[in-house]
Design a protein. Structure first.
Length: 364
């Protein structure tokens, strides 16, 4: 991989917001925890803009998120990483998997998959393997059928296991989480990229070999002849991203716990170093569901008391893991992540979700 950063002997921590709008209280709490875990263990801290979804991402949102994180006292070391600068690295990873015989084309629609999953004895939520063992003549026919409709197939991983273990620091006892692995999507199919001929953008047929014309791009995003299917799946992108940035620890919401085995297994197949996961409880809204902007004044600009009000709420939400009174006594400038770090004891973090209740946090 090009330009791989060093995160130190233990690997860096990181935070990776998606620039599709303002960050809210739950996002900031996770960011603070990611920074605290990293700094508590002497790790560097990375920042990445997860802008792989170009339709929903905006540069304006990315800039505002970075300003807000800085206002909250969350800095980072090294360059700012962006997924849209890593297209060629994702394509290299796909090519590695093809050459190992670990990627295959999938011609199924969502309807096809849903109907197959409803069949007797099918595993709920798992891809049923419809296209996994097709013969080449069958693949050629299905590829041509899609091309005639201006569409390209998806690429899936040919998984060799049903489960995989990961190092999980917080969400489960024993430090190990074992979860399901299936033939996950590596690059989504759909409408063929404009300017691509039949089959272009789908990648090489199964078994490796050179990619078709139009597949692969420079790190800067320039196409190398024809349009590129860049609809890379997040599971692939995040594994490559973390390796590029020298990340060794991933702190995020526990709603993503089930994704960790898939991502760790994919990293293993690509020969990338494993990471330690720390899945922390979510912030819930008054309705008991995951906090969202619909729940009121939860962005930095609207939060009661601004940055200090939000940092105080976050510090209080960490329970005995942070001595808030000591932080307030030591910090003339108010509560900061750096102040929390002085008394941070991760083993005392609450293991239950915390709830934001607007009425209890209104000013005055």
């Amino acid at each position: 991989m090009a330009e791989v950063a060093s995160g130190g002997q233990r690997g860096a921590g990181r935070y990776a917001p998606s620039p599709s709008g303002d960050l809210h209280l739950g996002n900031f709490r996770t960011a603070v925890l990611a920074w605290l875990f990293a700094k508590h263990e002497g790790r560097e801290f990375r920042m990445r803009i997860d802008d792989i979804d170009a339709q929903r991402s905006s540069e304006e949102s990315a800039k505002q998120q970075l300003r807000d994180l800085a206002t909250m006292g969350i800095g980072f070391e090294g360059r700012l990483w962006r997924q849209q600068e890593c297209w060629s690295e994702y394509e290299k990873a796909l090519q590695t998997l093809r050459e190992k015989g670990l990627a295959y084309e999938c011609y199924c629609s969502r309807k096809d998959i849903a109907e197959a999953v409803r069949a007797p004895h099918a595993a709920p939520g798992a891809y049923p393997g419809t296209c996994r063992d097709l013969g080449e003549s069958e693949r050629a026919a299905k590829r041509a059928e899609l091309a005639a409709r201006g569409r390209v197939p998806a690429l899936r991983l040919r998984a060799g296991v049903d489960e995989w273990e990961v190092r999980e620091r917080f969400a489960v006892g024993g430090g190990v989480y074992r979860g399901a692995v299936d033939d996950m999507v590596l690059r989504r199919g759909g409408n063929a990229p404009k300017g691509a001929g039949a089959g272009v953008g789908a990648g090489a047929p199964d078994g490796g070999g050179a990619a078709r014309p139009g597949v692969g791009a420079s790190a800067g995003g320039a196409d190398s002849g024809g349009q590129v299917n860049r609809d890379y799946a997040y599971n692939l992108a995040v594994v490559v991203d973390d390796a590029l940035a020298g990340v060794g620890q991933v702190v995020r919401g526990d709603d993503l716990l089930s994704s960790a085995p898939r991502q760790a297994y994919l990293a293993h197949l690509l020969g990338l170093p494993p990471v330690e996961y720390v899945h922390v409880p979510l912030v819930l809204g008054p309705d008991g569901k995951r906090l969202a902007k619909r729940d009121g004044a939860v962005t930095l600009r609207d939060f009661p008391g601004g940055a200090q009000g939000m940092l105080r709420w976050i510090a209080d939400s960490l329970g005995e893991a942070v001595d808030v009174s000591a932080v307030e006594a030591a910090g003339a400038g108010g509560i900061t992540p750096a102040g929390m770090l002085r008394t941070f004891r991760p083993e005392l973090l609450p293991r239950e979700p915390v709830t934001w209740r607007p009425a209890e946090n209104a000013e005055g």
